[in-house]
Design a protein around this ligand. Structure first.
Ligand code: AKB
Length: 325
């Protein structure tokens, strides 16, 4: 990985992955690709090159790849699950049409490609507990349909054209840096903001609904490690189950109460998000990732919650100080 283009660099994963890869590969070697209206700001804008690269525009992707001699593309453009249900045509255009553009540019220019899949690629019929790497994937959400299609298309380009495509199925991602937007697992981020602000959290997911979650530093490491893995050990490519923790709202609320004793939560279940959550696994079996490229998470629920609260206290404290001026 020498010169990297990140498409969707100002989103939840992209804004952190861009900074991590700039440390890893050198600032000038990582291009932040953004769309109009979501320009990079602050350190993301100042620390390295950026280009307007709309994933629906194959020429723009090809131009950026040629200009920066890109050898690896991180394709992070997507609508998350709940918002995709409101705009299914756009979700397909970005998730599948956009991926096709990326893969064609990669085929023509010899680039490797990472396109995250998700726990959303599973659905009714999938075993819910310790979901195997290779199993039934019949999602009923457009998000899930685009993710399964993306896995298959990426594998097709690897086998048919030799494009080095690799990826992971991300669980719900928890971070204090950039907020997620329109996902089913977002409650596991929002709950921390409410807790640190001293507000009662209104939980859109019902008690007893388990989903896999992961702290962002582990997710970013997975995205880098899979692209640097020894290809001769990879039996799978698109996409590896990765896991670190699984909980329901009661368990995460209990953990937060341990750390912020006054924290309170009530339920205001959102029927759309709840039905999506119920169709997703409770916990994934990530043994293939562990065996084929030595994947190992570093954060469990306790370590993640402690770090989130510490970092959010600093972040929210700074925002409040600025607002008070
Ligand atoms: C979502 O909830 O849509 C995402 C995901 C699990 O892919 N966070």
């Amino acid at each position: 990985m020498e010169n990297v283009l990140i498409i969707g660099a100002t989103g939840q994963i992209g804004s952190e992955l861009t900074m991590l890869l700039r440390e890893h590969c050198g600032n000038d070697h990582v291009v932040a690709g953004y769309i109009h209206g979501a320009e990079p700001k602050g350190a993301l804008a100042e620390s390295g090159p950026s280009e307007c690269v709309d994933i629906t525009d194959a020429d723009a992707i090809a131009a950026a790849v040629k200009k920066y001699k890109v050898d690896t593309i991180y394709n992070l453009a997507a609508l998350l699950s709940a918002v995709a249900e409101a705009r299914p045509q756009l979700a397909w255009k970005i998730g599948v049409g956009g991926l096709y553009n990326v893969l064609e540019v990669a085929r023509e220019n010899g680039c490797a490609v990472f396109t995250p899949s998700s726990i959303g690629s599973f659905g009714p019929g999938t075993p819910l507990d310790h979901t195997p790497q290779d199993t039934i994937q019949r999602p009923r959400t457009i998000y899930g349909v685009t993710k399964v299609t993306g896995e298959l298309l990426s594998d097709y380009y690897a086998h048919r054209f030799g494009v080095d495509t690799r990826s992971v199925r991300f669980p719900g991602l928890i971070s204090y840096v950039a907020p997620p937007g329109g996902g089913t697992t977002d409650y596991a981020v929002d709950i921390f903001y409410s807790a640190v602000r001293g507000e009662t959290f209104r939980c859109p997911i019902a008690a007893g609904t388990f989903m896999d979650m992961m702290y962002m530093p582990d997710a970013l490491r997975a995205a880098v490690e899979i692209m640097e893995a020894d290809p001769s050990r990879l039996v799978h490519r698109n996409s590896f189950n990765v896991a670190s923790m699984s909980f329901d709202p009661e368990i995460i609320a209990g953990k937060i109460k341990e750390l912020i004793p006054g924290f309170t939560m009530e339920y205001a279940v959102d029927p759309l998000r709840q039905s999506i959550a119920e169709s997703w696994p409770n916990s994934l079996d990530d043994s293939c990732a562990r065996n084929e490229w030595d994947w190992k998470p570093r954060y469990d629920l306790d370590a993640m919650a402690r770090d989130m609260i510490e970092k959010l206290r600093v972040k929210i404290g700074k925002e409040e100080a600025v607002n008070a001026l």
